[in-house]
Design a protein. Structure first.
Lengths: 628, 82
């Protein structure tokens, strides 16, 4: 189908009311030709469709020192195709300093969820860019210090006014340093000066939560400095980037926006034949499949290395393959070219059933929704089947050349993360331990024996700087065992913990199989004789092992210590939190108020005890190093 | 109006960028006759043409793009005939 026909097809879908059909075709049109022309079409059609789709709204402001207007449609088209409705506000040219420092500016009135600060080297450090030849070592140091302290001041001023995410472009190097090849021979070189600003900017950003550096210099270098720039457009319309590279900046921005807007995958399900290795194991056999250090098997090893990187980032891997299980397992376990082994996969479905059904089962086994799955398969028919049966799955398109597979996976934005907790690093191992726990549960006769045999130790502590990121992460991504599903940023959690009425606790759980890590959060608000549980959530991997009772019993003790008479908490139902529905009921709470389908549950602390289960050993840490 | 491959490609792109039906565009279409053809859209159009035809326009050429006919002329001069 050519480009014109696919446009007509989409318009026909819209006219006939087949909105899902149109919403499935638009991303494919966009992927086939991601140009400004297509972007205008895609954005316009999604604007017609948006009320029929469940898009996630996310507001972006861009502060800039150059023309970015033509990049905005590219960005919004990408966002729509990823399920994000992205209103974009642009600051006036070179008015970013006023926008940041003025509390009344249109920037803050816009209430952005994220802000991009895109300033060119020539504007952020004019001396280093235009005038470097005239600077002696001392001048150059001063220019570096000035640029860094300005960045720091902007970030600080921004944080005072807004809790939004901030993405800061770092400074690009000149294509031709002012002193030519001599530059690299000098201690105080122009390139080294700009590198120093970038290093210091990274340090400054790391000092704030929710502030991230976009390595603009590396982005330009990746695509080639000479190719990236269009001097004619710069000098005529203040657009420094060539038409063919505008999309690459939009793509880089999306890699940040995906995790910020929560459009991420927790697990990647991969096919085996012609994906993880070349050839078909059932026909070619162990000796015949292509997988090794030389061409053509090296391409598949590269892909496996990319998958291993995802695994180490906390993304679960799973296999879904139409094969005889024995043949495939032999290759997974024994093929000398394999970089991944069965232990890297949290779930395996090697059978002849259809892939959408297998994906559904894998999601159930991993305790995640199908919307948290990504799918990698060389076969376009399988991809199409998954797309039409499970449109919420992020399907990765692969061209016919396996040498591109690794790069495509590495650049796929649903695997991007902005922070990495210890839990992320350990996740793959934890799921392996979970499989062992489930085997034990089948062999132990009673539930209580099972609980006892787990030898669970729980450690409860107030929020600390070390746990802040993980706590905010849990409030944002826990959907199932979550009583109120209130989402908090790191800044909001620190602000809460600093106020007298509020307390924020985390719980870590260890058992005989290993450390489950930090798996739960409770936020408590005390007023007069009542303690209200603002937030109570647990990661699904510890639900049903009475940890929730232990954590709630701690909150009851805490409320008594505050001399409260009542402990209460809302249950706010969502599409996903049914597992938490009867939590308060099962612990002796009664309904004291109901608004619509929302219920407030209360426990009289004098008339009720709420003991910790004897098989959970509870340790309460004091908060020496609390977040202020 | 005589049809040429370049004209067809230009009008398909202009229809996308200006959000009008391709059938409503002619060689005489210009910022004066098409309401949505403002300076921001004009830049989008120039960039979309550069992407489609894999070339870069000179500033002087962009200045001369006063209507669809001029755009087609400039593109014809820059594109080798096959």
């Amino acid at each position: 189908m050519n480009i014109l026909e696919s446009r007509q097809d989409i318009d026909r879908c819209i006219a006939e009311g087949d909105f899902r059909g149109a919403a499935t075709s638009l991303p494919q049109l966009w992927a086939a030709e991601p140009t400004n022309s297509t972007a205008a079409f895609v954005v316009h059609r999604f604007e017609q469709l948006r009320s029929h789709l469940s898009l996630r709204p996310f507001r972006l402001a861009i502060l800039r020192s150059f023309t970015v207007e033509p990049i905005v449609p590219l960005l919004r088209a990408s966002a729509f195709c990823s399920g994000i409705d992205l209103p974009v506000q642009l600051s006036d040219f070179n008015a970013y300093v006023q926008a940041i420092t003025d509390a009344q500016s249109s920037l803050y009135a816009f209430r952005p969820d994220a802000v991009i600060l895109a300033v060119q080297t020539r504007d952020a450090a004019p001396d280093l860019w235009n005038n470097f030849g005239a600077l002696n070592a001392e001048d150059s140091q001063k220019a570096i210090a000035r640029a860094v302290s300005e960045f720091r001041a902007w970030i600080q001023a921004f944080r005072k006014q807004s809790a939004a995410h901030l993405i800061v472009h770092n400074l690009e190097q000149p294509a031709c340093p002012s002193r030519g090849v001599l530059d690299q021979q000098l201690e105080h070189s122009q390139c080294e000066a700009i590198r120093t600003v970038n290093r210091e900017l990274a340090v400054a950003a790391a000092g704030f939560s929710g502030v991230y550096v976009l390595d603009y210099d590396s982005l330009v270098a990746k695509h080639g400095r000479e190719q990236w720039h269009d001097e004619r457009k710069w000098l005529t319309v203040r657009l420094p980037i060539a038409a063919s590279h505008l999309g690459h900046l939009a793509t880089e921005w999306m890699r940040f926006l995906h995790p910020m807007a929560g459009r991420i995958a927790k697990a990647l399900v991969v096919d085996l034949d012609n994906t993880l290795w070349g050839g078909v194991i059932g026909e070619d056999g162990m000796a015949g499949i292509r997988l090794g250090t030389e061409y053509p098997g090296a391409a598949f090893q590269e892909l496996q290395r990319a998958l291993l990187d995802l695994y180490q980032r906390g993304i679960l891997l799973a296999v879904c393959s139409k094969n005889n299980a024995d043949d495939a397992m032999e290759a997974l376990e024994k093929h000398p070219g394999m970089i991944l082994r069965p232990a890297h996969f949290a779930a395996l479905r090697i059978n002849w059933l259809d892939k959408a059904q297998n994906l559904q089962e894998i999601a159930n086994e991993l305790n995640i929704g199908t919307h948290a799955l990504a799918f990698l398969d060389d076969n376009p028919i399988e991809r199409q089947q998954v797309r039409s049966e499970l449109p919420e799955v992020a399907v990765i398109d692969l061209p016919s050349d396996p040498m591109t597979y690794a790069r495509i996976v590495r650049e796929f934005p649903v695997f991007e993360r902005l922070t990495l907790s210890n839990e992320d690093l350990e996740r793959g191992r934890m799921y392996q331990e979970q499989r062992e726990r489930e085997q034990l549960e089948h062999t132990v006769s009673s539930r209580e024996d099972f609980y006892r045999s787990l030898k669970q130790e729980a450690e409860i502590a107030p929020v600390t700087p070390a746990t802040l990121a993980r706590i905010a992460q849990l409030t944002n991504k826990t959907n199932q065992f979550n009583l109120t599903t209130r989402r908090y940023s790191e800044q909001q959690i620190s602000a809460l913990a600093a106020s007298a009425q509020w307390e924020c606790f985390s719980i870590r759980v260890r058992d005989r199989f290993g450390d489950n890590g930090l798996v739960g959060v409770a936020i408590l608000r005390t007023e007069d004789s009542t303690c209200e549980i603002d937030t109570f959530l647990l990661s699904c991997r510890v639900i049903g092992r009475t940890i929730e009772t232990a954590f709630l019993s701690f909150l009851a003790d805490r409320a008594r210590a505050h001399r409260a008479r009542h402990l209460e908490g809302w249950f706010l139902p969502t599409k996903k939190n049914a597992p938490a529905r009867d939590f308060y009921l099962n612990h002796g709470f009664t309904v004291s108020k109901a608004t619509g389908n929302e219920t407030l549950w209360t426990l009289d602390l004098v008339e009720n005890t709420l003991p910790c289960p004897e098989w959970v050993s509870l340790q309460i840490m004091n908060g020496e190093e609390q977040v202020r | 109006m005589t049809s040429s491959p370049i004209l067809d490609r230009v009008s398909a792109i202009a229809a996308d960028v200006l959000q009008v039906p391709a059938s409503s565009l002619s060689l005489q279409s210009s910022p004066e006759t098409v309401e949505s053809w403002d300076s921001v859209r004009h830049l989008d159009l120039v960039l979309a043409l550069e992407q489609e035809f894999h070339l870069q326009f000179e500033p002087e050429e962009i200045d001369q793009m006063k209507n669809a006919e001029r755009i087609v002329d400039i593109l014809s001069a820059k594109t080798p005939t096959r």
